[in-house]
Design a protein around this ligand. Structure first.
Ligand code: HDE
Length: 753
């Protein structure tokens, strides 16, 4: 690390660059569907396409070989005011096919019909075999320069700004699956650096199920839906998954993370990211270090409760996708610091006895602190999902000078897979010429032809050596930004299919993770195992998994066994006395609350409830939150304040905190046969409001009430004095306290011990 400059000063400078890079947007509640409001009647005056929304951005307009074109980004979208064929021929009619008379057969010569249908028939491409469900955003990375002593990569130098595109994903589900399932999340970042594209293709969990890439098809086949009935979708609560992980016990550490709250993140914005493998960095003099990459979210690491996750699967399967896009649209730009744990590059490639080539192991931050090296801010939503989020192609082999791979056998297999998979998914070898994948560095690759080749190479000699093209392209030296593999010495060895002895420890770090959790997090883990194993049909699989749990921790095993109604087995391996790593717990800190959803329940018929509502909304924005006004009917309330959710459309699980400004009686649609949430007939407060309070309370969210709102609070079973419940004289005072409580994410004391 560079000792010359105080880290805070560097971070501040980086922050200034980011704010400059991102244009300021007016705070807004989510749901602005178009750049300008549509007219009620169908428009008839020809006009060009509308511009993208202010929160959207697209790939830079580069040529297929990386040159800046200077063209506006709209140049790659539809042009002109009139409907045309794909060849630009203007069309007079797209509603009727060309027929032999109004009742006659359709004519083969109708090119427009055939082109329109043919293109439609081929709109779908194969989804990713894993990580099919994802969402992405554009942003900027600014290097602090603190990595320069260990890494020569230009994009890590102080103040260097690099455009990035980040895609978050679940692993198991299909493209249309729910966001909030219990699963690992992908966290893949494309840095468009001037030295070539660098991809950091990581996850939100720092370890992996397997130690050798050859097992990847096995773990994925086991975790995907059963091949006979193709169920269940997007989840691990089924026999084949637990069959595999209970037999292949190196998967136990990752599985434990999945069963923890990390498996159900509150938001992509509130996830850590990890490179998982150890990488090798090279400094300007060729010196090397081993490192692990970490993304640390500014908002902290937070999770849903399991009940929230399940409800959201039905109520808003797009919860994470919506949250990311809404936050960026609202100006709450997600931010992470990139950090590294640095280890000496010794021949053993271990640190404090931990094998750095084993991707089922972490190095606790207490042993090797994460040192910040730059900051990433996501500033814009993609303009088009397919063009960008679907077609982006990451690859762990996309490296830049200064960043190299290690011999981690999982990483080695990935180096093959990511090129290969795109051949099927993106239809040939030229996917790097798709706009979102185009490098921002000049490309002269001698790769030629194939499906969808966009570049138009001049010359006649795509080979080396040549004299016909003047010898071009030339190879570069290390001093001319060439990538030079670190000349790592390979120990004298024989060809074997075998793992090092150190890879045989499958339980000590799982135990370390379990022991690092707070009691409430341990409780969530026990419940998750009990739920998932409870969904398995085969008794033997449950028993086998309990044996693995016994080797992790006897108490964990006992508690899960009790829930399953099975005897807890004894450990079959000696248990290491591992020290906990407090950095692994998500509980106990204070974090910023930007972009948090604050519901404000009002009584549209009670002026007292609506008093000061505009000021309160502004105060929520000013505190960094996003206010959602919830009322008995849509449209406007009070002095023209827009309603975002009605009692019928709103649900507690969308909210991070709840403010009760009124105690509305049953609205006109509070009829169980119309809205199941209305439940049994109730007196006083609308039953949906009662449910809102009950659920927010059960999920340990901050709740505030004042004036008539106190009656709604009581109707939902909460009272002043309960943990995380604020009662005050006016909305703004209550809001201030509620936002303070939100800083710790939940009122943790409310969970049963
Ligand atoms: Fe991947 N993985 N993976 N993976 N992976 C893919 O590439 C693969 C692994 C990760 O948003 C695929 O373009 C193998 C570890 C992310 O587009 C595929 C092995 C980690 C994404 C593939 C692994 C990851 C992928 C599917 C074992 C965390 C989504 C489509 C050797 C460090 C990237 C694609 C995106 C995607 C193969 C293991 C993360 C098939 C063979 C470990 C975040 O190539």
């Amino acid at each position: 690390m560079d000792p010359k400059k105080p880290a805070e000063a560097i971070k501040e400078a980086a922050g200034a660059v980011v704010s400059k890079a991102a244009s300021l947007l007016e705070p807004t509640v989510p749901g602005v569907p178009a750049p300008e409001p549509p007219s009620l009647e169908e428009p008839t005056q020809p006009r060009g396409p509308l511009p993208p929304k202010p929160d959207q951005d697209g790939p830079q307009t580069r040529t297929a070989t990386g040159a800046e074109t200077g063209a506006p980004k709209t140049a790659v979208g539809p042009q002109g005011a009139h409907l045309t064929t794909a060849d630009g021929l203007r069309l007079r009619d797209t509603d009727h096919s060309l027929k032999a008379g109004p009742r006659g057969p359709t004519l083969m010569q109708d090119h427009h019909l055939r082109e329109k249908i043919t293109h439609f028939d081929h709109e779908r491409i194969p989804e990713r075999v894993v990580h099919a469900r994802g969402s992405a955003a554009h942003g900027v990375f600014v290097g602090y320069g603190t990595a320069t002593p260990v890494c020569r990569a230009g994009f890590l130098a102080e103040g260097v700004e690099t455009p990035v595109f980040v895609r978050f994903s679940t692993v198991l589900g299909s493209r249309g699956s729910a966001d909030t399932v219990r699963d690992t999340r992908g966290f893949a970042t494309k840095f468009y650096t001037e030295e070539g594209t660098f991809d950091l293709v990581g996850n939100n969990i720092p370890v992996f199920f397997i130690q050798d890439g050859i097992k990847f098809p096995d773990v994925v086949h086991a975790a995907k839906p059963h091949p006979d009935r193709e169920i269940p979708q997007a989840q691990s609560a089924h026999d084949t998954f637990w069959d595999f992980v209970s037999l292949h016990t190196e998967a136990q550490h990752h599985t434990l993370w999945n069963m923890s709250d990390r498996g159900i993140p509150r938001s992509f914005r509130m996830m850590e990211g990890f490179g998982v493998h150890t990488f090798r960095l090279t400094d300007a003099d060729g010196g090397t270090s081993l490192v692990k990459f970490h993304w640390k979210p500014r908002l902290g690491v937070h999770s849903l409760t399991w009940e929230e996750a399940q409800l959201l699967g039905g109520i808003d399967p797009d919860f994470h996708r919506r949250d990311l896009a809404d936050a960026i649209e609202a100006g709450a730009r997600p931010e992470w610091e990139l950090g590294i744990q640095v280890f000496p590059d010794t021949p053993a490639q271990t640190f404090e006895g931990i094998d750095l080539l084993d991707p089922t192991k972490i190095v606790p931050e207490e042993l090797a602190p994460v040192q910040p090296i730059g900051r990433m801010t996501l500033t814009h939503n993609p303009t088009n999902f397919f063009a960008e989020t679907e077609q982006v192609a990451f690859h762990v082999g996309h490296l830049v000078p200064g960043v190299d791979v290690t011999d981690d056998p999982l990483l080695q297999a990935r180096l093959f897979s990511y090129l290969d998979t795109q051949l099927t998914r993106l239809g040939g070898p030229n996917f790097k010429q798709i706009p979102i994948n185009r490098p921002h560095a000049p490309v002269n690759d001698m790769l030629r032809d194939g499906f969808h080749y966009d570049a138009v190479p001049g010359g006649v000699a795509p080979y080396r050596p040549n004299s016909l093209d003047g010898g071009c392209p030339f190879v570069a030296g290390a001093d001319e930004h060439a990538f030079v593999e670190a000349p790592v010495r390979i120990p004298d060895s024989a060809k074997v299919r075998e793992a090092p002895a150190s890879f045989a420890d499958h339980f000590s770090q799982a135990r370390l993770f379990w022991r690092s959790m707070s009691p409430v997090e341990q409780q969530h883990i026990v419940l998750a195992y009990t739920f998932e194993l409870g969904k398995c049909y085969e008794q033997a699989i449950k028993e086998r998994q309990l044996r693995a749990l016994a080797n992790i921790d006897a108490e964990l095993c006992d508690r899960v066994a009790a829930g399953l109604g099975l005897p807890a087995p004894e450990a079959s391996e000696p248990q290491a006395d591992v020290a906990p790593s407090p950095a692994l717990s998500q509980v106990g800190g204070e974090w910023p609350t930007e972009g948090r959803m604050v519901g404000i329940v009002v009584d549209a018929d009670d002026p007292g409830s609506l008093e000061g509502l505009p000021t309160l909304r502004s105060a929520v924005f000013a505190a960094g939150g996003v206010p959602l006004v919830v009322a008995g009917h849509g449209g406007l309330v009070g002095d023209g304040v827009a309603v975002q959710r009605t009692f019928a459309t709103g649900r507690s699980v969308e909210l991070d905190a709840l403010l009760l400004a009124g105690a509305p009686g049953p609205a006109a649609d509070a009829i169980p046969s119309r809205d199941v949430k209305a439940g049994a007939a109730s007196l006083g407060v609308d039953p949906r409001v009662r449910l809102l309070v009950e659920e927010c309370f059960r999920h340990a969210k901050a709740i505030g009430a004042w004036g008539p709102g106190v009656e709604a609070l009581t109707a939902g079973g909460a009272t002043e004095g309960d943990a995380g419940v604020v009662v005050g004289n006016d909305g703004e005072t209550v809001l201030a306290e509620v936002m303070g409580l939100l800083g710790s994410h939940r009122a943790w004391q409310r969970f049963p011990a």
